[in-house]
Design a protein around this ligand. Structure first.
Ligand code: NAD
Length: 543
């Protein structure tokens, strides 16, 4: 065999996109000179899944399972995705939340092989060159983070790469985006996490975070390079810290097919789940009274989408806003509170409205005051404040409403505003409950963004949309709210996530057409065609 043929045989085995391990057939082994490099046994994908599942379960912790799965992904992508797809309820928490949190914190410990791109500040003049690699010719979806607000774990610097990698694994698992078409990117602009920076094993750029104009110029150079290299690519902004998250979304959503999952994906997921809950109560959304506790990125996004949903069903914007009361760290958000952040100004109530309220204290209007006076039908927590929904608050709410809808959405478990079992007990089982984290309480729905973002991305790409509009998120929320049938939870089971992504993609693509944003022929955007475009984890014959 010639040296070139030897090198080609090794390349076939070391590229995770072409490697099949023991599943290379006899014929392929002959043609590509793989004999000897592989053991004689010719396996099947099924037997490989079985072997890896056994090895996975023998690991001692979920973090070790996470690391094991990451290594598998870097050696054989088809096998990795086939294993993930074979048991989504078992695998999703290992490749994504909650385990990915520790994966980001300990990313440097388990770093082995390149995956995705680290665009670091010292390489700011090389971005075009780095993106030019022909290996990325097929890229359709990018998830990008700067690692500054990783889940509830704060600044993880370059370790934040675990998030784009994990989210893109879900794009493949749920929306069937081919692994060669996804690109995780970490913008490494330093870290203000001293423990990471001083760790001798840290793989990132050891410098305090770049901020201000230098930060903005870097991101601008990145977006321009992406626009030039990947026209039509879908880009998801992920886990940027609060102000940057809003600024980047505002600046780039019209220049790039892009969205921010923390803000928009959360809103669509929460509102979709709420629509499902409301169907159970039989009270139309236009008659709901909603109290939001914690009006940050997630809470204010939910509020704005609720306003849209109420407007869609006939209310004016003012009438819709009058049905939402937002409470933050200074109590009920009132228009006379100084220096409200822009997203809260829109939610602020006129102090005159509450002049006749019975109040318990003189200084601020507490959640208890709001619940007692508003008699809400819906209570949503996005504050990160453990146990903020106490027994008194929940009992008062249940006194006034037949079927209170109560969503303590804050993550992780330790931050939830209430334990769902307590909520059910205090309301005598009347409450309809959704949580951000998986508590395992029967009948309680986990409100996770994975129900929405893969379908949004698939629908935007299928329709060739020029942007991801608020209307497309609303279409996703409405479709999500319709998908669950029967008793029990509010959303379909995790085993149905591929079907969920497809249903949402069809609705999102139709909305893109309706808004004149689609470039694909409307007739082609059928459920069958979109389903046929979804990749399944199976080996292709090497030609
Ligand atoms: P954020 O920091 O932008 O918002 C938190 C808000 O809570 C801020 O406005 C803050 O002022 C307010 N707050 C803090 N202390 C308070 C108090 N004592 N009383 C009332 N309000 C208070 O964070 P975020 O990105 O909006 O996330 C908030 C929470 O929502 C997190 O725990 C996050 O895990 C959770 N979340 C859940 C989902 C989901 O379930 N799908 C999605 C996104 C975020």
């Amino acid at each position: 065999m010639s040296p070139t043929r030897h090198a080609a045989a090794r390349a076939l085995l070391s590229d995770p996109l072409t490697n099949k391990g023991t599943a290379f057939t006899e014929d392929e082994r002959d043609r590509f000179g793989l004999h000897g490099l592989l053991p004689p046994h010719v396996g099947t994908l099924e037997s490989q899944i079985e072997r890896r599942r056994k090895a996975l379960e023998e690991k001692e912790s979920d973090f070790q399972r996470y690391a094991f799965l990451r290594e598998l992904q870097d050696s054989n992508e088809v096998l990795f995705h086939a294993l993930v797809q074979s048991d989504l309820p078992r695998m999703l928490p290992l490749v994504y939340t909650p385990t990915v949190g520790e994966g980001c914190e300990r990313f440097s410990e388990i770093y082995r092989r390149p995956r995705g791109l680290f665009l670091s500040y010292p390489n700011k003049d090389r971005i075009d060159d780095i993106l030019a690699d022909p290996a990325y010719d097929r890229v359709k979806v990018i998830v990008v983070s700067d690692g500054e607000r990783i889940l509830g774990l704060g600044d993880q610097g370059a370790g934040g790469m675990g998030i784009p990698i994990g989210k893109l694994a879900l794009y493949t698992a749920c929306a069937g985006i081919h692994p060669a078409e996804v690109l995780p990117i970490l913008l490494d602009l330093g870290t203000d996490n001293h423990a990471r920076r001083e760790d001798p094993l840290y793989i990132g750029w050891r410098a305090p975070r770049v901020r201000g104009k230098d930060y903005d110029d870097f991101v601008e150079a990145f977006v321009s390079a992406v626009n030039d290299r990947f026209p039509g690519v879908l880009l998801q902004w992920e886990d940027f810290a609060g102000k940057n998250a809003y600024d980047l979304l505002g600046r780039y959503r019209d220049r790039l097919l892009s969205f921010n999952d923390d803000i928009q994906g959360t809103a669509a997921t929460a509102v979709g789940t709420l629509l499902s809950a409301i169907r159970k109560t039989g009270v139309p959304i236009t008659e709901q009274r909603v109290v939001l506790f914690g009006a940050g990125a997630a809470g204010s996004g939910v509020a704005e989408m609720l306003v849209q949903a109420m407007q869609h069903d006939g209310l004016s914007e003012a009438e819709a806003r009058a049905k939402i009361w937002a409470v933050d760290r200074d109590g009920l958000i009132l228009s006379d509170i100084p220096r409200l952040p822009p997203q809260q100004v829109k939610l602020a109530r006129d102090p005159a409205e509450i002049a006749a309220w019975n109040l318990t204290g003189a200084n601020l209007i507490t959640l208890h005051d709001v619940i007692a006076n508003v008699k809400p039908t819906v209570l949503i927590g996005t504050s990160g404040q453990k146990s903020a929904f106490d027994e008194r608050a929940i009992r008062t709410m249940a006194e006034n409403v037949d079927r209170p809808v109560i969503f303590p959405l804050s993550n992780p478990l330790s931050r939830a505003e209430a334990h769902p079992e307590d909520v059910l007990e205090w309301t005598g089982g009347k409450a309809i409950v959704g949580t951000g984290s998986p508590f395992g309480t029967p009948g309680v729905t986990q409100v996770n963004n994975v129900y929405v973002f893969p379908g949004i991305g698939l629908g935007a790409l299928a329709s060739g949309a020029s942007g991801v509009s608020d209307g497309m998120f609303m279409a996703a929320a409405r479709r999500l709210g319709e998908l669950h049938e029967g008793d029990g939870g509010l959303l379909p089971p995790v085993t149905a996530l591929r079907e969920v992504a497809l249903e949402i993609a069809v609705a999102v693509a139709a909305q893109a057409v309706a808004e004149g944003l689609a470039t694909a022929e409307p007739d082609t955007l059928t459920r069958e065609n979109i389903a046929a475009s979804m990749w399944m984890a199976e080996y292709a014959a090497h030609g």
